[in-house]
Design a protein around this ligand. Structure first.
Ligand code: FAD
Ligand code: SF4
Length: 460
C-alpha cells in the first residue's frame, strides 16, 4: 500500500527564524528521504520527466535513493542538471515535475525537489566531474553568470570546448547570489555548485561589463560563438507621485544591499540599510515575499504586502506565501497604491481598494478600482517589487541584434540563435523574468545548438 501523505520536511520555527538569515527549510535526513522515495510508483511513462525543463531522470534517481545508493543517484541527477542543490530549493516543482506526478492524482505527489536537494546536499564528491573529454580547440564566450549562463557553460565544457564567462558583478551566480536571500538559498550552496562548474574547466571573469569593457562584436573576433544570458535586472516602477522620496527602494536595490553587500550583517559589513518600523512591499511574486521576509529579519516591526489581486492570483510559490504568513507578514490584498506620502521622506502610502473582474490577457482576473475606497497605511520604507525588464545594455551596444518590443532579445525558436550569426541567447533576457529552471533549460538547449554551430562552422 502506497503512503498517501508525503514525508514532511522539517523547518526552522517561525518565531526564531524571523531573527536570523539561516535557511528556513532544513531538508530531509537519510531515513526521511528513503521513506519518501519508497512512495514512488516508478511509472513506466514517467510524466515527471516531461515536466522537468532539463529532463532529469526522476524515477531513476528516486529508485536509487530508495535503495540507499546516494552517490549513484547524484550522478543521475548531475547528468541532466548542473545545479541540483539550487533547483531542489527554488524550482517551482508544483508547476513542473511534481505537477505531473501520477501519485498527485489521488494523493500527495512525491516531493521530488526535496529529494533532489537531499542528494545534492550530501555533496558526495561534488558529483565527481566526468574526466575531461578531448579539447575541441573551440572557444565560447558566455555573458552573464546566472543560471542560464552557468548551465550553458557547464554543458559546453562537458563537450570539450573552452569556456569563459564574463560577469559584470564581483560575485558570480546572477539572481541566485544577489537576489534570493540566504534563508531560502544559502550562498555556500550556490558557491559550491559554481565550484563544480569551474572544475569542469569553465573560467569566470568577474567585474567585466560586456557592452562597456568589451562589446559583443569585439568578442566575436576572439571566440567561435557567444551566449548571452544577461537576465532581466531592470526594475519596473509604479510611476505614482512620491516614488522619488527617500525611503523608496526597488526590490533589486533592497535585496542587493541585503544579500550581496551584506547589509544584513551591518556594521560588520559597511553597507547600511534603512528599515524603520513599518515596511510596505508592493507586489505578489517571489521577489515581494523575499523582500517582506528580509525586512522582518532586518528588524521591521511590521512587514506588509500590498497586492492588487487576491492571494490566489499571487505569482509567488505557495510554499513561500505560507512561509511569509507563518513569519507574520501581513497581506493587504485587493489594494492598489495611488501615492506615496511624506514630506522629506516616506511616511505612508495612499491606496485604493480593488475588486476582481474578468480574466485579462495573463489569464488572471483583472483588478478593477472601487470608487471612493481610498485608505492610508503608515510606512517608513516602501519597496517596489512589481517586476523587472530585460537589461538593455547588450541590445543597445551590439550591431544588428534584433530586439522585441518589450526589450527581450529575439532568438530563433529551435536553436536560440539571435539575428547575429554565432550569437545565441537564453534565460530572462529572452523570455522576460521567468524561473531558474527555465533559464537553465534555455542554457542547455543553446549549448547543444552552439556545439552544432561551431563544429560545423567551417563547413558552412
Ligand atoms: P540572471 O540570474 O539575472 O543572471 C544574469 C547575470 O548577467 C547577472 O549576474 C548579471 O550581473 C549579468 N550581466 C548582466 N548584464 C551584463 C553585462 N552587460 N555584462 C556581463 N554580465 C552581465 N525563480 C525561481 O525559479 N524560483 C524562485 O524562487 C525565484 N525567486 C526569485 C527571487 C528574486 C528576488 C528574483 C529577482 C528572481 C527570482 N526568481 C526565481 C527568478 C530567477 O531567479 C530568474 O528567472 C533567473 O535567475 C534568470 O536567470 P538568468 O541566467 O537568465 O539571469
Ligand atoms: Fe514517481 Fe511520481 Fe514520477 Fe511516477 S510520476 S515515477 S510516482 S515521481
Amino acid at each position: 500500500m502506497v503512503e498517501k501523505i508525503a514525508v514532511r520536511v522539517p523547518k526552522q520555527d517561525p518565531k526564531s527564524r524571523v531573527h536570523n538569515f539561516q535557511e528556513v527549510v532544513l531538508g530531509y535526513n537519510a531515513a526521511q528521504a528513503v521513506k519518501e522515495a519508497e512512495r514512488c510508483l516508478q511509472c513506466k511513462n514517467a510524466p515527471c520527466i516531461i515536466g522537468c525543463p532539463v529532463g532529469v531522470d526522476v524515477p531513476k534517481f528516486i529508485k536509487l535513493i530508495s535503495e540507499r545508493k546516494f552517490e549513484e543517484a547524484l550522478k543521475i541527477i548531475k547528468e541532466a542538471n548542473s545545479l541540483p542543490a539550487i533547483c531542489g530549493r527554488v524550482c517551482p516543482q508544483e508547476e513542473q515535475c511534481t505537477k505531473y506526478c501520477t501519485l498527485g492524482i489521488k494523493f500527495e505527489p512525491i516531493s521530488i525537489g526535496k529529494l533532489e536537494r537531499f542528494i545534492a546536499d550530501l555533496n558526495v564528491n561534488q558529483g565527481s566531474p566526468k574526466p575531461r573529454v578531448a579539447s575541441t580547440g573551440k572557444k565560447v564566450a558566455i555573458v552573464g553568470s546566472g543560471p542560464a549562463g552557468l548551465t550553458a557553460a557547464a554543458e559546453l565544457a562537458k563537450l570539450g570546448h573552452q569556456i569563459v564567462i564574463f560577469e559584470a558583478l564581483h560575485a558570480s551566480g546572477g539572481v541566485l547570489i544577489y537576489g534570493i536571500p540566504d534563508f531560502r538559498l544559502p550562498k555556500d550552496v550556490v558557491n559550491a555548485e559554481i565550484d563544480y562548474i569551474k572544475k569542469l574547466g569553465v573560467k569566470i571573469k568577474n567585474n567585466i561589463v560586456i557592452g562597456k569593457t568589451y562589446s559583443v562584436d569585439e568578442l566575436l573576433h576572439r571566440f567561435d560563438a557567444i551566449f548571452i544570458g544577461t537576465g532581466a535586472g531592470l526594475p519596473h516602477f509604479l510611476h505614482i507621485p512620491g516614488e522619488n522620496l527617500p525611503g523608496v527602494y526597488s526590490a533589486n536595490e533592497f535585496l542587493i544591499r541585503s544579500n550581496l553587500m551584506k547589509a544584513c550583517r551591518f556594521p560588520e559589513y559597511d553597507t547600511p540599510i534603512k528599515i524603520g518600523r513599518r515596511v510596505v512591499t508592493v507586489g505578489g511574486g517571489n521577489v515581494a515575499m523575499d523582500v517582506a521576509r528580509t525586512a522582518l529579519r532586518l528588524g521591521a516591526e511590521a512587514s506588509i504586502i500590498l497586492y492588487r489581486r487576491t492571494k490566489k492570483e499571487m505569482p509567488a510559490r505557495d510554499e513561500e506565501i505560507e512561509n511569509a504568513l507563518e513569519e507574520g507578514v501581513k497581506f493587504h490584498i485587493l489594494s492598489q497604491p495611488l501615492r506615496i506620502l511624506g514630506k522629506d521622506r516616506v511616511e505612508g502610502v495612499e491606496c485604493m481598494k480593488m475588486r476582481l473582474g474578468e480574466p485579462d490577457e495573463s489569464g488572471r482576473r483583472r483588478p478593477i478600482p472601487i470608487l471612493d475606497s481610498t485608505f492610508t497605511i503608515d510606512a517608513d520604507i516602501v519597496v517596489v517589487a512589481i517586476g523587472q525588464a530585460p537589461n538593455p545594455l547588450i541590445p543597445k551596444s551590439t550591431s544588428n541584434l534584433k530586439v522585441n518590443k518589450n526589450g527581450t532579445i529575439w532568438v530563433e525558436k529551435e536553436t536560440l540563435m539571435t539575428s547575429k550569426k554565432g550569437v545565441f541567447a537564453g534565460g530572462d533576457i529572452v523570455t522576460g523574468e521567468a524561473t531558474v529552471i527555465l533559464a537553465m533549460g534555455a542554457g542547455k538547449r543553446a549549448a547543444l545548438s552552439i556545439h552544432e554551430f561551431i563544429m560545423n562552422k567551417n563547413r558552412r
